[in-house]
Design a protein. Structure first.
Length: 275
């Protein structure tokens, strides 16, 4: 393969991508990267969700190469309806980025905190329902169409916390009657997504569908200075991730450049999980 062929392998011209949770923090990163590589993109998010400024800017610049589709990934009928809309508007999906999920951002004043012994099971259940069961249902419906068509690339968005436990010391400067406690539910749900990636990669490999996980480390997005300092000190590269750090990896996994990569977890964490 020539150098020109290698470069061309990263292009996504003619591809139709679906990105769930597209309007929030990480969604626009994946959407923008796929658009830049030449794909047309269907951006799925909850009905009534307010798009971030980053997504709104993409909607203006991309024109008809980007469509917004309402979808609740905890509802199978909603996913099926969204899939029909995507096929009608753009054609059969060839790339799926399972990004939609819920996390537990640090709170400002310590409201609604609990000790681990009193952690509401509803909070744990919600993260599993969205992060794991929602990803599974989208994979069933949209990924199933890819398997039937004999081609496709699925990228599940994981987390460094799929591999390691949160360092609670990152949050011990936050005021409140109780310490802020990063829930075990987030990492547990993302670890399950990594395992599910392996499941579908082996199940659908002979049907032309590659399935991988992209697990980011902490991404800059309004964190307080103390948190950023503590986090950066823990990362071999000395900083949190920026949007540009994630764009290349998602395009790689979606493209022909990764034609022999499946069942893999690509950690884009600055080396956080290396020690």
């Amino acid at each position: 393969m020539s150098r020109a062929d290698v470069n061309a392998a990263f292009r996504l011209d003619g591809e139709i991508a679906v990105v769930t949770g597209a309007c929030g923090k990480l969604g626009p990163i994946w959407v923008g990267a796929l658009l830049d590589a030449g794909a047309r993109v269907a951006a799925l998010d909850l009905p009534g969700s307010v798009p971030s400024d980053a997504f709104a800017a993409l909607a203006v610049s991309a024109g008809d190469r980007l469509i917004r589709v309402d979808c609740d990934i905890t509802s199978r009928p909603s996913i099926a309806e969204a899939c029909t809309r995507v096929v009608t508007a753009l054609g059969e999906p060839t790339i799926l980025v399972n990004n939609a999920g819920v996390d537990q951002p640090p709170d400002a004043g310590g409201a609604n905190r609990s000790a681990i012994e009193d952690l509401p099971i509803e909070q744990f259940r919600k993260m599993v329902e969205v992060n794991l069961l929602g990803t599974f249902q989208v994979t069933q419906i949209i990924g199933g169409r890819m398997a039937a068509a004999g081609q496709g690339a699925i990228i599940n968005i994981g987390s460094l916390y799929a591999s390691v436990s949160p360092d609670q010391r990152f949050y011990d400067h936050l005021a409140g009657d109780l310490p802020f406690l990063k829930s075990p539910a987030y990492g547990a749900s993302k670890a399950a997504v990594v395992n599910m990636t392996k499941y579908f990669s082996t199940l659908w490999g002979r049907r032309g569908v590659r399935v991988n996980t992209l697990s980011p480390g902490g991404v800059l997005g309004g964190q307080d200075e103390q948190f950023k300092g503590k986090y950066g000190a823990r990362v071999p590269l000395g900083r949190m991730a920026e949007a540009v750090d994630l764009a290349g990896p998602v395009v790689f996994l979606a493209s022909r450049a990764a034609s022999y990569v499946t069942g893999h977890e690509l950690r884009v964490d600055g080396g956080f999980t290396a020690w």
